[in-house]
Design a protein around this ligand. Structure first.
Ligand SMILES: CC(C)(COP(=O)(O)OP(=O)(O)OC[C@H]1O[C@@H](n2cnc3c(N)ncnc32)[C@H](O)[C@@H]1OP(=O)(O)O)[C@@H](O)C(=O)NCCC(=O)NCCS
Length: 402
């Protein structure tokens, strides 16, 4: 039975809706956590599911832009989706997703994106696995670069206040370079990336700016976890974010991290498969890269989403799109010269909207989707034609779970 779902009206409702995910993992949100959340998640973008006047589920959406090939589009950043364990598997989440996607559609946001807690959950709502990310663990013995690096920059520790000014241009450079990167407002930097959470008090995150030719061209946010075994340091560094505006700056910030004394292992996560580190390192195999799904994308308005990104090649393709959850997208779409429009021409590729979401940022090819029985090729060569259009380098990268 569908549940009543509507946006939260006040702080108390927001509190209880946010606690829906908390009920599965944490205690109730504190006043301070609520204040912080409300700085980045608008009250009316937190939906609550009600049963007999009581909130039993919640789902939020950040308002931001997501970089797409050669552009950036309004995107709902879906977050804190939860059902009270007392009400699981009764359709609470389905009701929340229904209301949320209708709202996103009304707002005119052509895409929605999320990090899935478990892979099988979101395909039924039209989200497709749209990018890859993985973790590395680099030991001291295997941290050499394959080629000598001439270091020209200088790293220095900066305060949170300085980081707030120096880091955003580097993040924006990543947004210009790669699809899959969301826009960060100042409150995001303050409350999510640069804030030192209480549980980190003993080993807080550190902020490093790399200056090159008179400007901050790279930065790193990392934590050190000290340790000893038999008097020998087993300390680890956990890299939370390390970005450079260009190849030299990226190489230098990584060299800085890898060279810190007394550290046995440097680990990082969410790195895309084409991260420069893999070819910088002399022993990429020993970085033990382990890949997993990263950002999932939902085309909420197929026409606007497809017309909102750039394409590498020419040519055209006609899709038959199935979208049971958002039927306004269903039907035949012709993509040509960067514009998607409705057509009566015969379909060349037939697919569910989640498969189109997988191909959207360029991380998954139509050839892969055909091989996995996710796309039907109705006209020989159509998948290759679609790949010539959609393929994109560099690959998408979302460096933060939201
Ligand atoms: C994931 C979660 C929100 C699902 O909520 P729910 O109210 O039980 O889901 P629903 O009853 O609406 O189920 C909708 C469908 O999803 C399926 N489903 C839900 N959770 C699933 C899971 N973890 N794995 C596989 N399928 C799942 C249901 O079987 C159902 O399938 P159907 O449409 O074929 O009948 C809930 O289990 C939860 O709060 N989990 C902990 C927090 C979490 O993981 N949140 C997601 C953050 S991204």
């Amino acid at each position: 039975m569908p549940f009543d779902v509507r946006p939260c009206r006040d702080r108390e409702e927001f509190d209880r809706a946010l606690y829906a995910i908390g009920q599965n993992f944490f205690g109730p949100p504190t006043e301070e956590q609520l204040d912080r959340f409300l700085r980045v998640l608008e009250l009316e973008r937190m939906h609550a599911a009600f049963e007999a006047g009581e909130i039993v589920g919640g789902a939020g959406a950040f308002t931001f832009d997501l970089s797409v090939p050669c552009g950036s589009l309004p995107c709902a950043g879906v977050t804190v989706v939860g059902t009270y364990p007392t009400h699981r598997r009764r359709g609470v989440q389905r009701s929340l997703m229904r209301a949320q996607l209708d709202d996103v559609h009304e707002r005119g946001e052509p895409i929605a994106a999320l990090w899935a807690s478990e892979e099988p959950i979101y395909g039924r709502y039209g989200y497709g696995l749209a990018s890859w990310g993985g973790e590395v663990s680099i030991s001291r013995e295997a941290n050499a670069f394959a080629r000598p690096l001439e270091r020209r920059g200088q790293a220095r520790f900066v305060s949170q206040e300085e980081a707030k000014k120096l880091f955003p241009p580097v993040w924006e450079a990543l947004r210009a370079e790669r699809p899959g990167v969301f826009s960060r407002v100042e409150a995001w930097w303050e409350t999510r990336r640069l804030r030192i959470p209480d549980e980190e008090a003993a080993h807080p995150r550190r902020f490093v700016a790399l200056e090159l030719d008179g400007a901050t061209q790279a930065y790193a946010i990392y934590r050190t976890k000290p340790g000893f075994e038999g008097g020998v340091s087993t300390a680890k560094i956990e890299v939370l974010e390390a970005l450079g505006m260009n190849p030299q700056a990226t190489a230098e910030i990584w060299r800085f991290l890898l060279d810190i004394d007394w550290i046995e292992t440097v680990s990082a996560s969410l790195l895309p498969p084409d991260h420069p580190l893999f070819l910088l390192l002399a022993y990429p195999r020993r970085a033990r890269y382990r890949i997993a799904d990263a950002l999932w994308v939902r085309l909420v308005d197929v026409g606007a989403a497809l017309s909102g990104r750039a394409y590498a090649g020419g040519g055209s393709v006609v899709f038959e799109v199935r979208d049971a959850f958002c039927p306004w997208n269903e039907g035949r779409w012709r993509l040509e010269s960067g514009v998607a429009a409705r057509t009566d021409e015969p379909a060349e590729l037939a697919l569910d909207v989640d498969a189109l979401g997988s191909a959207y940022l360029g991380a998954v090819s139509f050839a892969q989707l055909c091989a996995a029985l996710r796309v039907e090729e109705l006209v020989d060569g159509a998948a290759a034609r679609a790949d010539a259009l959609f393929a994109w380098r560099p690959l998408p990268w979302c460096p933060e779970i939201f």
